[in-house]
Design a protein around this ligand. Sequence first.
Ligand code: MG
Length: 169
Amino acid sequence: MTEKCIKALKMRGVSVDDIIDIVLMLQSPYIDDLSREEIEEDIFEILAKREVYHTVMTGIAIDIAVEENKLFDQEIMDSMRGDYGLFGVDEVLAYGICNLYGSIALTNFGYVDKMKPGIIGVVNDDLTRVNTFLDDIIGAIAASAASKLAHTHKKEIKKVVMMKKRGTK
Ligand code: MG
């Protein structure tokens, strides 16, 4: 599933490295020596989940279908093609990914949706393609990785504090 997601994202001009850049921006202020390898591992784990796989593939499939004018209703296609601000279904689909990773994922998703850092801004501004769902999917994966990292490192910090209290460190 991870491989298929990465291939589909690549086909739409998004690499894992692009997503790592966003996660680094989100999480490096909180974690010392955060490595690209650690982030990559978390992104791979996220993409291995069946629900995430379904979301990534569905979002990209809708973008392509609209690009090729293949949906039955012109008005709804126009809303998607124009990335109409009140459409909202793209965000709702993508934050299903964040729901698997808790409140930090959700708040970060809202933040990157507004700020459009890195590749999110690039695909959002690309007028040669329909990327209405893609930008939110990238944001949700990055936000979920940020949350996963926050929780992993939180445990480590707590462990160090406890060890110091016990005098074992
Ligand atoms: Mg969108």
